[in-house]
Write a protein that binds this ligand. Structure first.
Ligand SMILES: [Zn+2]
Length: 198
């Protein structure tokens, strides 16, 4: 298991590197090594209309025998649509903050689902809230308290869905459910991430 978590972290680093390279392609006038410039570049991307967010798991959208994690796919035999995207996780891996934001851990769905709520530090014309479900708390964090977090910093831990809801999620592979809102409406998160389709 520890190895799998290491692999997941490596994936996150590769993803952040690719974002950083993209940022450099966008502004080639001053080249600075990726690591030193990473945060600045990510912020730069955010300022470009907020279209590229850091992938909180570093992995792709799940498609497995228990469900299709893409936006708008069928749930409960067609009774409802999937109002978010499911990014695969390895249980125990860090969940990264997709933006510079005010972050809070809490339990949604009447206290049953551990989750994160994130409001952008810099007002964004495209979305005003991000939620990440099935995420446990980091050590020393209190539920229900806001804190300011930089993009790319860990904000939670990927949980085992079978432990979150024993019966309902039996056999469901671990993932983080990402949902985004604008003026109270659920919007498609797919457009804000890169390289998340298998
Ligand atoms: Zn989902």
């Amino acid at each position: 298991m520890a190895e799998a978590i290491q692999e997941a972290i490596k994936g996150q680093e590769a993803y952040r590197k690719s974002l950083s390279d993209n940022a450099e392609n966008l502004s080639r006038s001053t080249y600075v090594p990726a690591d030193a410039q990473l945060r600045k570049n990510l912020e730069g991307l955010q300022h470009l209309g907020g279209y590229v967010l850091t992938n909180p798991t570093g992995q792709k959208i799940r498609v497995d025998s228990m469900g299709d994690g893409h936006w708008g796919t069928s749930r409960e035999g067609g009774k409802r649509r999937h109002k978010g995207i499911d990014l695969s996780t390895v249980v125990g891996q860090p969940i990264l903050c997709p933006i510079d934001g005010r972050v809070m851990n809490l339990k949604g769905d009447n206290g049953r689902i551990p989750m994160l709520i994130i409001y952008p530090t810099i007002p964004n014309p495209h979305y005003d809230r991000i939620e990440i479900l099935y995420t446990g708390m980091l050590e020393g964090v209190n539920s229900g308290e806001y804190r300011d977090i930089s993009v790319g910093e860990p904000i939670g831990i990927a949980l085992d869905l079978e432990k979150v809801k024993k019966k309902k999620y039996k056999g469901v592979p671990p993932h983080a459910h990402i949902q985004m809102f604008k003026d109270g409406e659920c919007i498609d998160p797919t457009q804000f991430f890169r390289e998340i389709n298998k």
